[in-house]
Design a protein around this ligand. Structure first.
Ligand code: COA
Length: 712
């Protein structure tokens, strides 16, 4: 078996399994796992291993794995950490393919070396490790429950991959109660060897699995995860819950599994880029998984709300806007379809209001009308509890219509709000897998997630955009800074870098005497800006090293002398390389764009509203690299300030293409030039359509220099 491409099928569909550390003691984990494997109905060979031999749960016990004959695809290691290496070694030497190392006490408590030892040994021998520090794995494909969970997993269509053990174990019980069928449940723990990306390679092809739910605390090899996720979301939806959103949560996650939680904003954006749906809570994730596994896919976006209450209809309308569900708006058609089933004092405008007097029959008629109409592609049915229904007619109406819509392949979701009768309907029918919730937002969020996923599938593109840049020039600039023991570029080096990658700049040159300054200003054309160039002066304005809006020769002469005087007075020891004379940038929309190497996801680009308030407003978003022009445009639309680029209050639209181009140039350089760790252009001023964008200030950090410090 090639260790880099494990035949992952044998993890989920092992032909034989051994439990090292199987115990007679029902209180021990090694006993529970063996019992669960037997009770779930696994049909392959089951081999308990324990030095005492004998029999456990009716099975003969091997004193060591060497005594087991035939193929051994899976081993569960349930011995204390001090014995784990020997147990793993014996399984690897025996030629086992996969090893679920249940044992805790490794990198999560600082025992990185112990973890590395078992992983390295296993790898050398071609055995792959899941864990350590896991609760095991369930796979419906071979009816194997190799977990120490409560058992009773209902087989079905949702696969769960979880980094948290206790939460995963609890999910076993919860999914059983909620009647969520599971195709696979895998605990990844410390991810010392196999990680989510490996498991997704099996689940993408597994026909039982319709939806995948992942609980993630930290991502190590983001590049592999992105690739795997993009492959999966092409075919089936993935829902992710990521903890560590808050700063404290991120710290807790880091100490929990020893992984780097990373920036939540970046994680969020990258998941969107991969078409992954992010859930806020376990409850929401379960709702989404249930719905996405069972509900038919909509043919299009026209949704109709049917309600017996105006207020709840308005709430649902708000929720539709929040979750990206578009309401059917052809008023003529709506009147034709729903006119006959709506009282005169009701409304056929979407929401279709059947009014408080609506009975089960009124709902049945309205939903039948919606079902028959071709242009109506999904329906949200809302009910506020009234005396017009009894429990039976309510349940009957919901169930019957659910079945009719499912048979016709049209999504229908319900919200029922009220007293005991409503609560009971929600509890019982949702367990029968009817998409029915008490809260309107919960209801609409399911449909919204489905539409978000459909939109992603329709718009996704494998295309990658890169541009020509002058790699040799970039390399020379980096080498120059390194030779100077700097980990940052000086302003003029940053400008040369922009030229090398093709990002437009305001014209600028460094003058070394007054005559040069005047000559450069005349050539550039007034107004100009002048700034001191010195690696010793970080905050130029603070020492009087900047002069703006210089309109003529006299002002340039005065400013030149004033800058030198100010700097010499306030920072007498600063070495001054010259005075930069630059074109004064006229006003436009100030943006920020950047590129950096993220510890989890590797090269990424950033885009947002720029200027001095960027830290406060945080209106920025990200994409993993490589990316495409289409994707960059999508990313730009994610920020709140995007409408500024379309032109507001009679302003002309801005040159969006030139911004997309600048971002693609940063994406290209961060991917191609390893030496660059961080580029930030703030502001990138964008002008009217057709007139481009200019990088006014660029800060660039590089790796590999002995010196330190920040940009000048
Ligand atoms: N080969 C086979 N069996 C061995 C062995 C070996 N090399 N070394 C020890 N054993 C046997 C023991 O004799 C014992 O069997 P016995 O009851 O018949 O004596 C059995 O393995 C278990 O060993 P024991 O010392 O009793 O350990 P334990 O069951 O108390 O704990 C773990 C073992 C793995 C469960 C424990 O170390 C652990 O890591 N617990 C945390 C697990 C966890 O929470 N994981 C993460 C979940 S999210």
């Amino acid at each position: 078996m090639n260790p880099d491409h494990p035949d992952i099928k044998y993890l989920f569909e092992p032909r034989a399994v051994a439990v090292i550390g199987a115990s007679r003691d029902p209180a021990k984990i090694g006993h529970t796992i063996l019992r669960n494997i037997i009770q779930a109905g696994y049909q392959g060979g089951i081999h308990p291993v324990n030095p005492h031999g004998g029999e456990i749960l009716g099975l003969p016990v091997a004193k060591s794995v060497d005594e087991i004959e035939g193929e051994l695809d899976l081993v569960c290691t349930c011995v204390p950490s001090r014995f784990a290496f020997d147990a793993v070694k014996s399984a690897a030497d025996r030629g086992a393919r996969f090893n679920l190392v249940i044992t805790s006490g490794f990198s999560e408590v600082g025992n990185v070396e112990g973890e590395r030892q078992i992983t390295d040994y296993a790898r050398q021998r071609g055995m792959r490790i899941l864990g350590p520090n896991i609760f095991g794995m369930f796979s419906a494909a071979s009816a194997i429950d190799a977990t120490f969970g409560p058992g009773g997993i209902v087989p079905g269509h949702v696969a769960i991959i979880t980094q948290s053990g206790a939460l995963g174990l609890a999910m076993i019980g919860k999914t059983a109660v909620e009647n969520i069928g599971i195709s696979a449940m895998v605990s990844v723990g410390n991810k010392a060897d196999l990680d989510e990306a490996d498991l997704l390679r099996y689940l993408v092809d597994d026909e039982q699995t319709r939806t995948i739910l992942m609980y993630i605390e930290g991502v190590r090899d983001g590049g592999r995860l992105i690739e795997a996720l993009k492959g999966v979301t092409l075919r089936k939806p993935v829902v992710v819950i990521k903890s560590g959103r808050s700063q404290r949560g991120a710290m807790a996650a880091a100490s929990h599994t020893g992984s780097l939680a990373g920036s939540d904003e970046i994680f969020d954006a990258v998941m969107r880029q991969c078409g992954v749906l992010r859930a806020e809570s376990v409850a929401q994730a379960f709702n989404l998984c249930k719905f996405l596994s069972d509900a038919p896919r909509p043919r299009g976006g026209n949704t109709v709300i049917v309600t017996n209450g105006g207020g709840i209809g308005v709430l649902a309308t708000d929720a539709c806007e929040k979750y990206g569900v578009s309401l059917y708006d052809n008023q003529e058609q709506l009147r034709d379809v729903f006119g006959a089933v709506t009282p005169d004092f009701g409304s056929t405008k979407n929401p279709v209001d059947l009014t408080g007097g609506a009975t089960a029959q009124h709902y049945a008629d309205a939903l039948a009308a919606g079902l028959q109409h071709d242009q109506i592609e999904s329906v949200i049915s809302l009910y506020c509890e009234t005396a017009m229904f009894d429990a039976e007619s309510l349940r009957g109406m919901i169930k019957e219509n659910h079945q009719k819509y499912a048979a016709a392949g049209k999504p229908l979701v319900f919200s029922v709000f009220g007293g005991a009768m409503s609560e009971q309907a929600v509890a019982t029918l949702s367990r029968e897998r009817v998409p029915l919730f008490g809260d309107v937002y919960e209801t609409v969020s399911c449909l919204g997630a489905m539409y978000a996923y459909e939109r992603y599938r329709k718009n996704r593109s494998e295309h990658v955009d890169e541009v020509e840049i002058d790699d040799a020039a970039v390399e020379a600039i980096i080498q120059g800074a390194r030779a100077d023991h700097r980990s940052f570029l000086l302003a003029h080096e940053g400008q040369r870098l922009m030229q090398a990658i093709g990002v437009a700049l305001p014209q600028s040159r460094v003058a070394h005497n007054l005559d040069e300054a005047v000559a450069f200003a005349e050539e550039t054309g007034y107004p100009v800006v002048m700034k001191v160039v010195s690696r010793d002066i970080l905050h130029k304005s603070d020492v009087g090293g900047v002069a703006l809006d210089l309109e003529n020769r006299e002002e340039v002469v005065d400013a030149y002398q004033a800058i030198l005087r100010n700097c010499r007075n306030r920072m007498p020891h600063a070495r001054i390389q010259g005075i930069e004379v630059a074109e004064m940038v006229t006003s436009g929309v100030e943006l920020i764009i950047g590129a950096r190497r993220d510890p989890s996801f590797g090269p990424i680009v950033m885009f947002g509203l720029g200027g001095i308030y960027v830290e406060v407003l945080k209106d920025v978003t990200f994409r993993a690299v490589p990316t495409s022009r289409t994707d960059v445009l999508e990313m730009m639309k994610e920020i709140r300030a995007y409408p500024l680029l379309l032109g507001v209050r009679g302003e002309e639209p801005k040159d969006i293409d030139s911004v997309v181009d600048a971002v693609i140039r940063l994406a290209t350089v961060i991917r191609r030039c390893e030496g660059i760790t961080d580029i930030e252009i703030n502001p990138l001023v964008v002008y009217e359509q057709g007139t481009g964008a200019k990088a006014v200030d660029a800060r660039v950090l590089i790796s590999g220099a002995e010196g330190g410090g920040s940009d000048a």
